[in-house]
Design a protein around this ligand. Sequence first.
Ligand SMILES: Nc1ncnc2c1ncn2[C@@H]1O[C@H](COP(=O)(O)OP(=O)(O)OP(=O)(O)O)[C@@H](O)[C@H]1O
Length: 309
Amino acid sequence: MLRVQGIDLSYGTQQVLFNLNFNLHQGEILGFLGPNGAGKSSTMRILTGYLRPSKGEVFFLDKDVSKNPLFLREHLGYLPETAPIYPELKVEEYLKWVAEVKSVENINKEVDKVIRECGLKTVQKKLIRYLSKGYRQRVGLAQALLGDPKLIILDEPTVGLDPTQVREIRNLIKELGKEKTILLSTHILSEVELLCKRVIIINRGRILADESLEELVKKAGEKRFILLLSRKTDLNIFKEEIGDCFSLIELKEVTDGYKLELSQKREGDFREKIFAAAIKSNGVLLELFPKRSSLEEAFVKLVYSGEEQ
Ligand SMILES: Nc1ncnc2c1ncn2[C@@H]1O[C@H](COP(=O)(O)OP(=O)(O)OP(=O)(O)O)[C@@H](O)[C@H]1O
């Protein structure tokens, strides 16, 4: 649906984006992640046609956006970090005004539809200034949805909301994702884990990773295991037996024995070593399972190793 090819961007003499290349496929929610100042908002401004890149092209449904800016805008719903919402208007009035600006046909019907989709029925006659932050964000989403856009770009949609509001907005995004293509920029890694199958990580204007969440976590995370050993285990012998393949990350005494977290030192499958070591140390291995490394670990690892170079 969206193809980004060789994008560079400079503000004056400072180059902030370097040769960005990625695709956004129809029907996916793509997570766009990066630390502060990485270049997320600048990229979004280019994708939404608010900024022109210094180099490179963006294609929307195979049409060059710089040559057909209106074509993209007709099919785009954009929720910027702070949505331009007018507090002195009532929700319904505001949405009707946006619909007019967007040249939406059948304004009343379309406004009713987004009010329903975004759960705004109970506040549609209220002045926006009296709405809670969560409801204002819903209004922001509703304006992005007007005109039935094919592509929705959301810039940090849950920032500053309380936990209940965050959950509501996430559920709404999840629902929208069943029909729409969504690019979701956020700092919140758990949000990406909940909503997205694919992730792009950007830092200092360069893409560090573009892959499925599963692949990213698998690649970046070292192999770790959690195990439970019976109380009679001689831990010194156990540590010595596994020492060439694993390092001990954590050891805790729990009610039914010892809980350990091990990190594997080199490639291979050494689980048998753990079983054998338990027997040699006069213990019983009660539990053994791999620890799934989280997106957070993958993110920190990628961004941090990038900083070192
Ligand atoms: N209008 C501007 N003029 C000059 N420099 C800018 C401008 N906007 C952004 N920058 C710089 O471009 C770089 C990328 O900023 P950008 O806002 O795109 O990052 P971001 O990933 O969205 O950050 P954040 O998560 O903090 O919003 C930063 O170094 C920033 O200082």
